[in-house]
Design a protein around this ligand. Sequence first.
Ligand SMILES: C[S@@+](CC[C@H](N)C(=O)[O-])C[C@H]1O[C@@H](n2cnc3c(N)ncnc32)[C@H](O)[C@@H]1O
Length: 547
Amino acid sequence: MSGAHWTAYVVGKLSEWTEEDSKCKARVTNSSRIYFQELAWATHLNIGVVTAKPDLRAYLNFARLMSQGLNSTGALHFWVDIPMVAPKLPTVVANTLSPGEEPWEVWNTIRTMCEGNRRLGVLLRMPDKLPKEDIIQRWKAEPIRGLVVPTTAFTASKDLIPKLSKEYAKAFLGLITADTRIIISGSSIYPNGHEPFLGALRSLWQSLPPPTEDVTVGIPYRDFLQAPLQPLMDNLQSQTYEVFEKDPVKYSQYQKAIYTALTTKYKDEKSVCVVVVGAGRGPLVRCALRASQEAKKDLRLYAVEKNPNAIVTLRNAEKEEWKGRVKVIQSDMRQWEPDEKADILVSELLGSFGDNELSPECLDGAQHSIKTSGISIPKDSTSYLQPVAAPKVWGDLQSQHTIKAFETPYVVLLHRFCPLAQSEACFKFVHPNHEKPLDNTREKLIRFQPAKIDSILHGFAGYFESTLYEEVNISIRPKTFSKGMFSWFPIFFPLCIPLKINKGQTVEMKIWRRNDESKVWYEWCVIKPSLTPIHNSNGRSYHIGLR
Ligand SMILES: C[S@@+](CC[C@H](N)C(=O)[O-])C[C@H]1O[C@@H](n2cnc3c(N)ncnc32)[C@H](O)[C@@H]1O
């Protein structure tokens, strides 16, 4: 075989009979010697991956060897060979060093001791019978590089073709990605060995319906960390607008909200003044025009935008498409002095966490353009937070080796993650804002529901819900998600140090939204079950500019 084939196709298996954690020192020494001899052989052959199987009762020396192996080899990947469910042993010899009997605990200890090295993955052995959903869900967050399915998990159909139960198939599909290696273990009654089992799994994968548009759009962004937009400081690019404009749900909801307002609150008006602030390349202007046509209501329509590049597109549409039905104004909405005040002020300035792109500050600054009786679409926005285990994205942050990385909220389509409790409401903003004085600072102590399972807290996923008008909403919160909408991915507030959360424990966190004359920022920390330092104190690592 060529070197390239050894690297691409061969998975090395380190000896399983070694006893790194034996009480006998000679055996420990011998095991370590064998381990390094085998690693040297794997490196010599240029193998890409080796698997190693820990003793579930004692594995601290094993973890130390893995750490040393990871640090002494440049590119070799290590897969920890571990069962999803602990095998039933006749008598478990108690070992005082062992922190837990759950295989996930073993994996978590090894991973933590190896500093979450990204070359460390899991070769997960599925059981004959599935455990509780929580246990499967927790594994879904982990870097499963190989999945072993026992032949005993299959039943044979009438025509003797092996098949998995519906639940088992669902769990299997939830644990794999396109590059997970699948291994069949156990005896086979078929003359052609394991091929019928592999064939059954292949057809299962192929029988999946093609992904919907919103899923397809998200695939390249899964677990990919992005710095949130700075819509005030930066000017969005044409391509960014183009992505927004493809959303099939957002604009239909806006159109519905404008239509509902025109046909209820403004049903007796002959003509209504609508101002779109932050018009971009004009999709909300088109929503307003379609709603007016549908409601058979005349509009006096204005489009305000501060991005000088987007204005070029708007001016072109003003001339070629809207033909005098829309007046385009280049201005910051906070400074614009209108000739006529709005009945309806329409905007879409929401970030993944609702207020994180400064929609409250912009809309407060623009509300002098609304009549006293006028309304804002959206009417309000509420952010939500949810504690999550997200080892993949946390590992990516760790590899940046900076405090700043852990003190920045990132936009990320969380894929390999596990929620530890349901999301809870955080900050709410209402528009127009009749508070006096206007104050967009906030603070909130959030207590989440007790954890259902032992896990690790890597940070908090953030979402928003927004009422556009009356019953018309948009949401990226999992429970109320606007199906098919893809304009926003969640936000992730990381923690510098992952925290162990035990089953039944309650996570309590505190978050502040703070500001000064030039910027807005968040600070956050965990209060319970253990205290962390305040992240992003005084906005030292991350802020959103007001200018
Ligand atoms: C998220 S984009 C939405 C654009 C468009 N409405 C859409 O749905 O595609 C927000 C827009 O608001 C503009 N914007 C943000 N702050 C603004 C301000 N203070 N004054 C005017 N425009 C602003 C940005 O330049 C950007 O075009």
